[in-house]
Design a binder for this molecule. Structure first.
Ligand code: UD1
Ligand code: UDP
Length: 370
């Protein structure tokens, strides 16, 4: 059996890695790895950590590309590789433009498609944008839907997909986390090693969503800055996404504050170990909403809606929106109210047991007759 994995951004790389590692263990499977490199530097960090050597690198990265450019360049490059390799199944992961382009290119060649992390829905086509649309468009073309949770499966059933094509597997991000988080981890980064994780409260911040760029992101960063100014024992670490629009807003609203550390994107291993040591997380990321509950870290989600309700239902995640007051007041509550903090800071694992990669490969071996 020949399985072609396609991915293009940092989170897809992190979540596809456990599947690739599992495929490598099976001599009966031929693996073809194709990256679009929609992200360059941030994806290369992931490839290095997981020791993944792509067979094809479409290198479509260009700073500031439009969604149309990313989509068309990815489809064009993928078409050639799919025609040459003719895999039995092509796997895509998540909700980026690479995912939709990969599914469409495979469909045009009548190659079967497996969608990893299928069935997530926010219910709002414009938030997250364009990810909600990418998920739905990919779903239509998919033969094997690998749903992390039963909530995801129910979303797919509601949209009319047959139950026999849906498989609950857990999320491969938990597999990846198990690979990286270690007791007594030491950072290479001097700033992170010098932080006082015992006497100070270290908050981990990330933000990159397109729909937050502009006023919402300004509100978030201004609220974070004001909170830090009011609490002497609080410091913030923000590993900045490489999108220059995000970086400009961060520098304007938080740059002058010496207790807010604006640093370069971290490799996955130090990043997850930082998460394991921090007091709480504030983010608009998808992946962090899965990782923080697993590590028992409260996570304030700076978005209007989420396609990951499991963390919210279990009490570890809280959806706080993007107004200045909403962000400020919720951070203040979590810093001042010990009961609130303790209620949220419990490890729950709605996203799987760390064996999703293995399950997905087993299912493919059973499903695809060759
Ligand atoms: C992309 C995905 C988003 C995903 C996110 C994960 C799309 C449309 N968006 O968003 O779903 O949640 O990745 O991080 O698929 N840049 C670099 N180097 C890099 C990566 C990005 O310089 O390694 C800069 C470039 O200027 C680039 C910009 O960031 O133009 C935005 O990158 P892009 O891939 O278009 O979207 P993201 O916001 O990263
Ligand atoms: N991450 C990382 N380094 C960082 C920031 C995030 O390795 O500096 C990891 C994080 O642990 C998670 C993934 O990148 O697994 C999330 O990526 P991002 O927030 O860019 O995308 P999303 O999950 O929102 O699609």
């Amino acid at each position: 059996m020949k399985i072609m994995t396609v991915f293009g951004t940092r989170p897809e790389g992190i979540k596809m890695a456990p599947i690739i590692k599992e495929i490598e263990k099976r001599p009966e499977i031929e693996s073809v790895i194709c990256i679009t490199a929609q992200h360059r530097h941030m994806l290369d960090q992931v490839l290095k950590l997981f020791e993944i050597q792509p067979d094809y690198d479409l290198n479509i990265f260009k700073p500031g590309q439009s969604l149309t450019e990313i989509t068309t360049r990815a489809i064009k490059g993928l078409e050639e590789v799919i025609i040459k390799e003719r895999p039995d199944v092509l796997l895509v992961q998540g909700d980026t433009t690479t995912v939709f382009a990969g599914a469409l290119a495979a469909f045009y060649q009548k190659v079967k498609i497996g969608h990893v992390e299928a069935g997530l829905r926010s219910g709002n086509l414009y938030s997250p944008y364009p990810e909600e649309a990418n998920r739905k468009l990919t779903g239509v073309l998919t033969n094997y839907h690998f749903a992390p949770t039963d909530i995801n499966r129910q979303n797919l059933l509601r949209e009319g997909y047959p139950d026999e094509n849906i498989f609950i597997t857990g999320n491969t991000v938990i597999d990846a986390l198990k690979y990286t988080v270690k007791e007594g981890y030491l950072f290479d980064n001097q700033i992170l090693n010098d932080l006082d994780y015992i006497n100070k409260r270290i908050i981990l911040l990330t933000s990159h969503r397109r729909e937050n760029i502009g006023k919402p992101m300004e509100n978030i960063f201004k609220a974070v800055n004001d909170i830090v100014e009011c609490h002497e024992d609080v410091e913030v670490v923000f590993p900045m996404h490489l999108n220059p629009k995000v970086r400009d807003i961060a520098k304007e609203f938080m740059g002058p504050n010496s207790r807010i550390h604006l640093i370069e994107p971290l490799e996955y291993e130090p990043f997850t170990n930082l998460m394991a040591k921090c007091h709480f997380v504030i983010t608009d990321s998808g992946g962090l909403q899965e990782e923080a509950p697993t590590l028992g870290k409260p996570v304030l989600v700076v978005r209007e809606e989420t396609e990951r309700p499991e963390g919210v239902e279990s009490g570890t995640a809280k959806l706080i929106g993007t107004t200045f007051e909403g962000v400020y007041n919720n951070m203040e509550l979590l810093l001042k109210d010990k009961d609130e903090y303790n209620r949220m800071a419990k490890a729950v694992n709605p996203y799987g047991d760390g064996r999703a990669g293995e399950r997905i490969v087993e299912i493919l071996l059973k499903q695809i007759k060759f």
